[in-house]
Write a protein that binds this ligand. Structure first.
Ligand code: ADP
Length: 313
């Protein structure tokens, strides 16, 4: 196993001008390593360059310059091997209406040159919970089933790296859970998983490591806990025995809000204040505390903070 499943250097993509559209640079020199065996999240606002990045990995978009290695194979030097190492689950749920799920997987295996003796189409369908739909008409498949079928399709050539582009967009909560369970199983069995998502909380719970891209540049790439640690603001939530008539005075820099008549939310910078001092201030104002909780910053906050810092070039 290579150390990195993906190694990208100085990756630039400029889409040529067409008609009235001027040329558009979608990636401005991205360097990125994705560790083998990880579940890696690629986050960014709309238009940041995520799909461009993924489509270049998948060989669907031609890069302008830079280098891409997949599972140790340079895309320009070993295009066949690098392509064989990766499978991509696209965002759209387009499925050819003329193929049953089992046929679809067989055709896909054929496209990737997987010999008949090494195909496991039925087994793959079983793993994604579609065994009983193997010979169903595609139009009878629900959105969730289509999504799982596309995951199965991306797995027919047993790629080392699986890319999921916004996999849970428009998928209901139950199916989302099932999809994530399946992704975790694949990862536990050795597949490196890369996903893009707008569900930041999901990235937070699913991903070992997260990269944030904005206006075609990488603004952060860190292990998830370290990324969350980059934001300094925490919140201490205090429930009081008696609803206060006035808010207790707080040290400078602490903002106080009432979430309920007896529930105080104290937002503070952990480099400036300590939770223990805030508790002391509440008690010093004569209030009895009956319960306490602290809230860590969400990825949403980290994300806003990091992307707000940079405006478009
Ligand atoms: P994301 O997936 O993060 O939303 P994209 O990679 O789709 O971002 O887009 C990045 C930028 O490149 C956007 O400004 C988008 O308009 C532009 N872009 C994407 N695809 C094309 C294309 N085929 N032709 C021209 N511009 C494109």
């Amino acid at each position: 196993m290579p150390r990195n499943a993906i190694e990208v250097r100085a990756l630039v993509k400029t889409y040529a001008a067409s008609g009235r559209e001027p040329a558009k640079t979608a990636l401005r020199g991205v360097d990125l390593d994705i560790p083998a065996g990880s579940i890696f999240g690629l986050l960014g606002p709309n238009g940041a360059g995520k799909s461009t990045f993924i489509n270049i990995l998948a060989g669907l978009v031609t890069k302008t310059s830079g280098s891409v290695r997949i599972w140790g194979f340079d895309q320009d030097v070993n295009p066949r091997q690098s392509r064989a190492a990766i499978g991509v689950v696209p965002q759209e749920l387009n499925i050819d209406p003329f193929f049953t799920p089992i046929d679809l997987l067989e055709v896909q295996a054929g496209l990737y040159g997987v010999p008949k003796s090494r195909r496991h189409s039925m087994e793959i369908l079983t793993r994604v919970g579609l065994a009983d739909k193997a010979r169903a008409y595609p139009r009878t498949l629900s959105g969730g089933m289509r999504r799982r079928l596309l995951v199965a399709k991306a797995m027919v050539h047993a790629p080392h790296v699986l890319v999921l582009d916004e996999p849970t967009a428009g998928v209901d909560i139950e199916l989302r859970q099932m999809l994530w369970d399946h992704v975790r199983e694949l990862n536990a069995a050795g597949t490196t998983v890369i996903l893009t998502t707008h569900y930041l909380e999901e990235a937070e719970t699913m991903c070992d490591r997260i990269a944030i891209i904005n206006h075609g540049e990488l603004v952060a790439c860190e292990d998830t806990p370290a990324l969350l640690g980059r934001i300094d603001v925490k919140t201490l939530v205090v429930r009081l025995a008696v609803a206060p008539a006035v808010l207790p005075p707080m040290p400078e820099g602490v903002s106080t809000t009432l979430r309920a008549p007896d529930l105080l939310a104290l937002r503070y910078n952990r480099h400036v204040a300590r939770a223990i001092d805030l508790i002391g201030a509440v008690q010093a104002a004569g209030h009895e505390i009956v319960d306490l909780a602290t809230e860590e910053p969400s990825l949403e906050q980290v994300f806003l903070e990091l992307t707000r810092a940079r405006s478009p070039a």
